[in-house]
Write a protein that binds this ligand. Structure first.
Ligand code: ATP
Ligand code: BTN
Length: 263
């Protein structure tokens, strides 16, 4: 067992159904786990990398992954239709926000649907990718979590300078990396046992900082779209974002179909 593994195990719930695979540099932990999933691996395989050279976000966007961060993915085999996969992303969002709070003592919040913010900056992105079996159910899903643990040397890349932040400005204290990794999985697997629990939706709703805020809603399918002004009313139990437009009309937005920016 590596030193890192031992330190994580010290914080990890003993009954957790996970197996760790530590890597130095990878293309993308999501990409590699999709291959491992296709080869038939069982649920609970976790890959943790020091850095990624092709880290991915949604819609082919990139997630910059220098060695100041935590990049990890887990292979899951949930028995649910793909339309419910958003629950995995949201459970991970709650797990990360709570883990950051546990380790730092300071509040982290969620930007619907898949980002965690800390001190007004994005410190974590979450990407769930599902692979379907013939009948349209999920064969396996890969949940990927990228956390900016520390500020990279020389600062964040200029392309993300205005949005990205780190859990620790400068260096993280000894043990914080391992504790954060363990606390994320401890919490995630508790929520994963019952992704339809109203308690999970309630926690997500309470952590989501968009409620009451004015936003612009973009149709992500159309790169040229103009944001439509709206006010966020709430997040419903299915993790849809309910907004009211200036016309007075309300709509519940489904993740993956739209993108929301605060104004
Ligand atoms: P949206 O707000 O449209 O829902 P998103 O913020 O969830 O999008 P993705 O579509 O998943 O983002 O794409 C990843 C985005 O994350 C990139 O466009 C980039 O702006 C940002 N990003 C990339 N690397 C980092 C990082 N290390 N830390 C914080 N943000 C990053
Ligand atoms: C986002 O920013 O909205 C999603 C980013 C997801 C990044 C993580 S890092 C670990 C895993 N591997 C990837 O290539 N992406 C995810």
């Amino acid at each position: 067992m590596t030193h890192e593994h031992e330190k994580i195990k010290a914080y990890l719930r003993k009954d957790l159904p996970v197996r760790f695979d530590f890597r130095e540099e990878v293309t993308s932990t999501n990409t590699l786990l999709k291959q491992i999933g296709a080869a038939g691996e069982a649920e609970g395989y976790v890959m943790v990398a020091r850095r990624q050279n092709s880290g991915r976000g949604r819609l082919g966007r990139s997630f910059l992954s220098p060695d100041s961060g935590i990049y990890m993915s887990v292979l899951l085999r949930p028995k649910m239709p793909v339309t419910e996969a958003v629950r995995i992303t949201c459970a991970a969002g709650v797990a990360v926000a709570e883990a950051i709070r546990e380790v730092t003592g300071r509040e982290a919040v969620i930007k619907w649907v898949n980002d965690v913010y800390f001190s007004g900056r994005k410190v974590c992105g979450i990407l769930t990718e599902s692979v379907l079996s013939g009948d349209g159910s999920i064969d396996y899903a890969v949940l990927g979590i990228g956390i900016n643990l520390e500020t990279p040397e020389g600062g964040f890349d200029e392309t993300i300078q205005n949005i990205a932040g780190a859990v620790y400005e400068g260096k993280a204290p000894e043990g914080a990396r391992e504790q954060l990794i363990a606390e994320v999985w401890n919490r995630f697997f508790t929520y994963y046992e019952d992704l339809k629990s109203p308690e999970l939706s309630k926690k997500y709703r309470e952590l989501c900082f968009l409620t009451g805020r004015d936003v612009l809603v973009y149709e992500t399918t159309d790169g040229q779209s103009i944001g439509k002004p709206a006010r966020v009313i709430t997040v419903d139990d299915d993790f849809g974002l309910t907004v009211r437009y200036e016309s007075g009309e309300t709509e519940t937005l489904v993740s993956g179909e739209v993108s929301v920016r605060t104004v």
